[in-house]
Write a protein that binds this ligand. Sequence first.
Ligand SMILES: Cc1cc2nc3c(=O)[nH]c(=O)nc-3n(C[C@H](O)[C@H](O)[C@H](O)COP(=O)(O)OP(=O)(O)OC[C@H]3O[C@@H](n4cnc5c(N)ncnc54)[C@H](O)[C@@H]3O)c2cc1C
Length: 406
Amino acid sequence: MEAPAIVIAGAGECGTRAAFALREEGWDGRVILAGAEPSAPYERPPLSKAGELKPICDHDALRQAGVTFLAGAEATGLDTAAHVLELADGRRLEYRSLLLATGARARRLPFGGAPVHVLRTHADSQALRERLAPGRRAAVIGGGFIGLELAASAVALGCSVTVIELGPRLMGRAVPARIAATMAERHIAAGVDVRCGTGVTGLAQTASGVAIMLAEGGTVRADLVVAGVGAVPETSLAEKAGLTTSDGIVVDARFATSAPDVFAAGDCCRYPHPLYDDEPLRLESWRAAQEHGAAAARAMLGAAEPYASVPWFWSDQHDLTLQVAGLTSEATREVVRLRPDAVEVWFGLAPGGRLVAAAGVGPGNAVARDIKVAEMLIARRATPDPAVLADPAVALKSLLRTPVGA
Ligand SMILES: Cc1cc2nc3c(=O)[nH]c(=O)nc-3n(C[C@H](O)[C@H](O)[C@H](O)COP(=O)(O)OP(=O)(O)OC[C@H]3O[C@@H](n4cnc5c(N)ncnc54)[C@H](O)[C@@H]3O)c2cc1C
């Protein structure tokens, strides 16, 4: 009889990285990667940017790594006592260890009245791209990353675009106000009609398109509507199996869930972060999903080290790139560095002066170096001199020479 496999449910960024990492870590038993989507694993970030399909790997690469890849294989049941994952087509996969890497799904608007696009999958992207054409009016409900990236893409494709955001400013969840304001200016300069502090109360299909009714009165008229109102962690399988969930599948710092030999990682999990007093975090970040996959693979093979990487993400909008490291919500004081090359870097300090977050915006990849240094300082729990942080004449990396903790 074959020894039970390591089974991974969800073939996105996290699940796929975990499958390869198991081999890199020396696991020579069976690996089964079961993904609900019909295609080979692909990257999500390009869907809201250039819009092309960018594979993570192809079927051959999976075969060569000895990974049994099951496409169109939705996991619908989990028997944690019997160590069996059940697929929608009736197959039962016995596991030694199971990784839930089920990601997240796009949140929907709470009302109907007209068709509304969302953007999470390649199928969503295809449906949307078919409708983005020169002269079309696109309304994006939600001024977060995905909505704003899509707004920039739609403008580049010749659409006229309105962004409707309920909050007082764009990207209110994870980006400091100052950096968000720079990005808002760039959208406005590109011709995007940015409306913050504006609620939507309903939609109606009319002969000339969709009417979007606003809380303040009035309507926005559009040919197509996209909701970019966040993502909901895909926890239904875990919940049905009785695992602990709380806006995410709850795991420890090794990605172990409340059920024996069941792990969860990527967008679907909520994990304690040692840099932030073990506060449980749920991230939606491409790099975190990859790192979680690799760390969960090591944990499934018995490694004990906790995962402690600094949260990091990026967003491309028009010709600007935004990068954020750490948690901006932890900051109580801010310092800004204005570089002569039009790059703006924001630093967030906690009480006591510890650097807990940094965010930068600028053309191309110009922010990368400073955010990388900031990330290293955040990981070291450094308390850098605010005057040095603010002074663009002093290389940020000089702060790395300061003893840790100073
Ligand atoms: C349009 C878009 C743009 C983005 N841009 C950026 C960016 O610029 N920068 C950044 O840092 N991050 C970005 N992200 C976020 C990043 O892509 C995600 O954080 C990352 O994809 C999460 O990986 P994951 O594997 O955890 O989940 P996912 O990529 O969501 O993959 C989960 C997979 O599991 C499958 N699945 C779900 N349930 C089941 C089941 N029961 N059985 C089998 N399979 C199942 C799903 O179909 C899916 O294929 C973007 C996301 C989107 C949607």
